[in-house]
Design a protein around this ligand. Structure first.
Ligand code: TRP
Ligand code: SF4
Length: 437
């Protein structure tokens, strides 16, 4: 199995994806003590992560951290696109610095839009919707890939540690792939890592919330971040914690520096072995590694290192289209767009695939199947905030007490409310757009 970020595959079996790619399960302990956890976290829609622990700890300990995500504008914004922005807005409310890349170069390379077309879509469609959904301008930066030279330079420079075989193995590129497309994963690495440059807030944990199709890019960025580090902190085979110098220049000085950093962290039982380029820390435990790594990372600037902390990520499930396939801008009947008219939205909801039985009688007897119902999915992902109300709908559906007609009516009423609010707020957003760039 391969994850292809540019295809339109839908994924059904998320736990298999997790196992196959080494994505961790997004367990309750990672979010239940965060402030007012978001419904997408509470409901298992965010199903996997890499290194979210770092983010959790930053929130709990009130330390700086950042969010970076990106979107490739492709026509109109629909409920699938809304999800990641909902997450971003939640993380903004609990203290993250926010960065959002408009992937105009990627859209140019892979979807055939001009940079101008993408800019137009971003400014007239996407950003007004972000604002309408509640994104605040404070500590928030939206930028275009094509216009950020720090991002582009970083992608170019960091590409040194990636070779063509890796790119083929990860992305299936071949002799016919255009060069801008080939470069786009590196540009995305530039997006993800640039927020840790001094100018953008410095070394700190960074979360990239995305759909699981983006995992190849996350793995690439994590590999690249790590391969440019000067130090490694690991558990050795005989279960000791060791700091290793990864480069061959300045070894003595780097070890001196590491000793200093460890002393500052109050580790005193250090065993330094110059020949191994290593310092072993007898009293350290595995859970000390992130802090040691972070402090070492921050000191790498003194030796011309980047010191990037590996970015963390979360993965959300995709919302199913109303017709049962993927929700996609290219199939308007499958998608609810944030700018749909009330009439169109209602029509699509009324025609949506449900988990209802073939006859009313049958449904009263054996109940409906919310797990296969696009209406229930709308409630779950977007329309119902109250977990108790959601549970009641689930139960009355499976017990055959709730009929699909009523349910659709309720969904379209809620959708109408949402669309009205968004359209009012979008109007007011128009002259605020510049505050975000
Ligand atoms: N590749 C993403 C997409 O297909 C867009 C993107 C660009 C992105 N840069 C990013 C996503 C950085 C997350 C982080 O939509
Ligand atoms: Fe879906 Fe509602 Fe029908 Fe149940 S009753 S299958 S939740 S539309």
């Amino acid at each position: 199995m391969k994850i292809d970020p540019w295809s339109s595959t839908t994924y059904q079996d998320y736990s298999r994806l997790r196992d196959e790619f080494g994505i961790q399960e997004f367990t309750d302990d990672l979010w239940n003590d965060l402030p007012h956890p978001h419904r997408l976290l509470r409901r298992g829609i965010v199903f996997g992560h890499r290194d979210f622990q770092l983010i959790h700890d930053s929130v709990v300990k009130n330390k700086p951290w950042a969010i970076l995500t990106g979107l490739m504008p492709s026509g109109k914004m629909h409920l699938g696109h809304k999800m990641v922005i909902d997450e971003v807005i939640y993380y903004q409310s609990i203290g993250a610095d926010i960065f959002i890349a408009v992937a105009d170069v990627e859209a140019f390379a892979t979807r055939g839009y001009t940079l101008e077309e993408t800019k137009e879509m971003a400014l007239n469609e996407y950003v007004p919707n972000y604002i309408a959904l509640g994104l605040k301008p404070e500590k928030c930066h939206i930028y275009f890939q094509s216009e950020n030279s720090d991002v582009k330079d970083l992608g170019y420079i960091l590409g040194k540690k990636v070779n063509w075989s890796q790119m083929i193995a990860t992305y299936g590129f071949d002799g016919s792939t255009n060069m801008t497309h080939i470069f786009s994963p590196l540009l995305q690495t530039g997006d993800i890592l640039h927020v840790q440059l001094k100018k953008y807030g410095g070394i700190r944990p960074t979360l990239v919330p995305v759909g699981v199709d983006q995992d190849p890019h996350i793995r690439l960025s994590r590999d690249i971040a790590q391969s440019h580090r000067l130090y490694n902190v690991i558990v050795t085979k005989d279960n000791k914690i060791g700091v290793f110098v990864k480069v061959d220049k300045n070894i003595e000085k780097l070890l001196d520096n590491a000793e200093q950093v460890l002393n500052d962290l109050n580790f005193s039982q250090l065993k330094r072995i110059n020949d191994y380029k290593a310092i072993y820390i007898s009293e350290a435990k595995e859970h000390d590694i992130p802090l040691i790594d972070e402090q070492l990372a921050k000191s790498e600037h003194n030796f011309n290192g980047y010191g990037f902390i590996q970015p963390s990520s979360t993965y959300h499930r995709f919302i199913t289209g109303l017709t049962g396939e993927k929700m996609s801008s290219s199939k308007p009947e499958s998608a609810l767009f944030l700018t749909d008219s009330i009439i169109d939205a209602k029509k699509k909801i009324m025609n949506a695939k449900t988990g209802g039985a073939v006859t009313l009688e049958e449904q009263k007897k054996s109940g409906g199947k919310p797990g296969e119902c696009m209406i229930y999915e709308l409630f779950l992902y977007h329309l119902i905030e109250d977990d108790i109300e959601l549970k009641q709908i689930y139960d009355s559906c499976t017990q055959g007490k709730q009929m699909c007609g009523n349910c659709k009516k309720y969904a379209s009423d809620l959708m109408e409310k949402l669309l009205n609010i968004l359209s009012d707020k979008r109007e007011k957003a128009k002259d605020k757009i510049k505050d975000y760039f």
